[in-house]
Design a protein around this ligand. Structure first.
Ligand SMILES: *Cc1c(COP(=O)(O)O)cnc(C)c1O
Length: 430
């Protein structure tokens, strides 16, 4: 499969090059030249297939011929060695739990898949690749764990000092080996700006191969389409009208769901669940896309003011506003509403959600009001204990830490403090 840049001013390139570059030279996001639907029998018989078989068939065309089939099989098998259960809450609402991986947020799958692809491409260690990533919390941990010990790949994570949770900080600062954490005296936006400056700094990029590991990278973005198929596998026999409500920030996850739809999965509608960062909700109402600075909320992984993957969504629906609206709804909720929802989910269903999932639940309820025959699946994108303060305060009950989180809590943090781009550049070159 070849990929083109959505800015249309760069040459088309292979999967391998798209993964290594991250972003096209014209700064556009890469998009596959073609999406060949899977045969209808694949979806009819999906319950007979294992997760690895589903994932392998779904991703094959996007990585071929750069990764041989046998290697791809072991990559997906390795990537997916945990569970993705659908938990029914009521007759028409279920949740798809995406937090059973090593860092307990859904980003584990994309990070693990991408790490294994890069590891394969770099197996002969010809040129070391440096993965440079800014995190507001979950990406850093997932990338750190995903890439730990991958030969020929160095990972440098920038995070804003004092602005990630204790658990998140431990997950990204305690691994060592090929993973380095840089603690930035500033905000997430400052971290992100430094990373962007680095990618544009020819003096730096001429000396080292830099790539990104957020959802702009096709190897981080595409494997997320597996989730939607795993949910479909569990539900399609009992539910007809399945819709997905996806807590969205950069819109990579929901956009991956739409790729599953393009592959022929019979899902007619998606819901983007947003907190008060509601650029897309507004766009669908007004037809006017207005990026704005992000505001801080309790569902902080969705605090994005200009979602980078929205352009891919527009491409999927051929840049036609009406087609987009047929396939995507979006709702936005305040922190107060989110806390109410956490409590409601706990009281009504005896289920502990995290703030992101709670926003997804609210969006399900809003959609079901207009479409009472649908079955809405909201994605639980992180384990509730990753947001312990909010969750315990709202439901007034102590939460036990799962073993994955317990295990990092008494490890020692190692991070280098930096305060500006010169510090970062000095670190990368030194
Ligand atoms: C990253 C993240 C999101 C948002 O996902 P996007 O693909 O950026 O839309 C939602 N919830 C959690 C917990 C996350 O870590």
């Amino acid at each position: 499969m070849n990929y083109y840049s959505l800015n249309k001013k760069a040459p088309n390139t292979s999967f391998k090059e798209a993964v290594i570059k991250g972003l096209a030279p014209d700064k556009g996001l890469y998009f596959p030249e073609e999406i060949k639907p899977l045969p209808p029998s694949f979806f009819d018989n999906i319950s007979t297939l294992s997760h690895t078989e589903i994932a392998f068939e779904a991703i094959k065309q996007f990585v071929s011929p750069d990764i041989p089939e046998a290697t791809l099989k072991s990559i997906v098998e390795d990537t997916l060695n945990f569970d993705f259960p659908v938990v029914p809450l009521s007759d028409n609402i279920s949740t798809l739990e995406l937090f059973h991986g090593p860092t307990m947020a859904f980003k584990d799958v994309g990070a693990r898949f991408m790490a294994r692809c890069l590891g394969y491409f770099n197996r002969n260690n010809s040129k070391e690749v440096t993965v440079l990533v800014a995190t507001s919390g979950d990406t850093g941990g997932a990338v750190a764990h995903g890439f730990l010990g991958v030969k020929g790949v160095k990972v440098v994570i920038l995070y804003p000092s004092g602005k990630v949770s204790d658990i998140q900080e431990k997950q990204l600062t305690t691994l060592g080996e090929n993973i380095t954490a840089l603690e930035v005296d500033g905000t997430f936006d400052d971290c992100q700006a430094m990373v962007k400056t680095a990618f544009l700094d020819e003096n730096l990029t001429s000396k080292m191969q830099l790539t990104s590991a957020n959802s702009i990278n096709v190897a981080r973005w595409l494997p997320q389409l597996f989730y939607f198929m795993f949910a479909y596998k569990q539900l399609h026999k009992t539910q007809n009208d399945i819709v997905f409500s996806v807590p969205s920030g950069n819109f990579g996850n929901v956009c991956a769901g739409m790729m599953a739809q393009q592959l022929g999965m019979p899902i007619k509608h998606f819901i983007a669940a947003n907190n008060e960062n509601n650029v897309v909700t507004r766009y669908l109402e007004t037809r006017d896309y207005k990026a704005k600075p992000s505001v801080q909320t309790i569902s902080n992984a969705m605090d994005v003011g200009d979602p980078s993957n929205f352009i891919r969504i527009q491409e999927i629906y051929k840049n036609k506003f009406e087609t987009l609206k047929d396939n995507l709804s979006s709702y936005s909720f305040s922190d107060e509403e989110t806390k109410q929802a956490l409590l409601e989910i706990y009281n009504n269903f005896n289920y502990v959600a995290d703030p992101h999932g709670a926003v997804g639940y609210l969006a399900c309820k809003a959609y079901l009001k207009e479409n009472p025959n649908a079955h809405c699946v909201f994605l639980e994108t992180a384990h509730p204990t990753k947001f312990l303060d909010v969750v315990e305060e709202v439901i007034q009950e102590k939460q036990a830490l799962p073993p994955q989180i317990e295990a990092v809590m008494d490890k020692e943090k190692v991070a280098f403090k930096i305060s500006d781009y010169e510090d970062l550049k000095g670190f990368l070159l030194g």
